[in-house]
Design a protein around this ligand. Sequence first.
Ligand code: UD1
Length: 420
Amino acid sequence: MYYLSIEGKQKLKGSVSISGAKNSALPILAATLLSQNPVSISNLPNVADVKTLLKLLENLGASYETTQEGIKIDSSTVNSACANYDIVRKMRASILTLGPLLARFGHCEVSLPGGCAIGQRPIDLHLKALEAMGAKIQIEQGYVIAKAPEGLKGATIIFDKVTVTGSENILMAAALAHGVTKLVNVAKEPEVVQLCEILKNAGVKIDGIGTSEITIVGSYGKLLPLQDIKVIPDRIEAGTYLCAGAITNSKITITDVIPKHLEAVALKLQQMGFGIEITDDSITILPATKILPSDIETTEYPGFPTDMQAQFMALCTQADGTSLIDERLFENRFMHVSELSRMGASVKLKGHSATVEGHRELTAADVMATDLRASSALILAALVAKGTTKIHRIYHLDRGYENLEGKFSALGAKIERLEE
Ligand code: UD1
């Protein structure tokens, strides 16, 4: 097992290029199940979750080759509609195959992903929507067994809650359904928007892209001519590097980003006293004379993302005063608190709120990564801690951050990946 060793108190400088978005790459790969032809995908991030989904698609009968720009994947050859537990348990987002498999084959079996460190994470809204489209669904021995022998039918679906992968699953199902589907209370995340654009580019008639109401005309089961795709930049990776600049109070630039996707994050950093310079495809963070505390409430896009909550908590330990963080999306997304506390942070938890007292001198410790974003908070804390921090269980980080040590080292961090 590998761990990261980080020597703190180094200033950072320079620029870092942001990779493709994991959370866009995953629905894109799932969407290739709807394609009648091979699809070239560029800017695909080299992270464990992408490899897991590629493996699942291969298991179902797809094949792919790596190209200079990324991959070319042929999912037209898929001949199985069973996503088994061995792979699904590694990554919850495997559930993204449910909608496309059911729409294409009229039946499928997808293992239930189960809970995870940040909470129960049910998929009831995915299932309810598919049922509204005529699917018969049973849960047997840990599998979702879904049938729609006559094909899925267009329907009006009002999501009780905004769900990102739920919206994506149903968009993909609707693209192949019989008739018109109207989706209300759809997620507006840039990753959902990219998926809609991909369907539109394949000739699907789809209205309301980027809004919470989308109408989509299905193809009556006909596979789609998916065009080549370039994955959008990872706004969460980008935000994490901005926080690295912030917590070390250094000037760094992130490049190859879409600044609009980072509006909420950039605004919070500005409110905390940092300078922000924006170009068409880059953001530079400039040091603050004094780091101010912040009140943060996580919510759906375009609000402040839950996937940036842990990183901002690390940053708030260095602010001058008390910050309040309200986690609105997931019930148990404070796993990083106990590890940050071991490094000297003062955080009080009450229900879904955290009060962070700053400024606190952090000191190095052995800490454990618990989930993907929680682990990046530990890296940030380690960058300002006195001494050398060891972060264990970094497979969580490898799920979503490409070339992590390479990118941090290039910015001047003293970071190494070592074997236990
Ligand atoms: C996606 C992202 C994840 C991000 C999250 C919220 C991917 C691969 N993952 O996860 O990084 O943290 O959005 O922005 O894109 N819910 C239900 N029933 C459902 C589905 C969701 O109650 O059927 C609840 C969840 O428990 C949660 C909320 O809805 O409280 C939002 O979850 P959702 O948007 O579905 O998260 P994911 O799509 O799993």
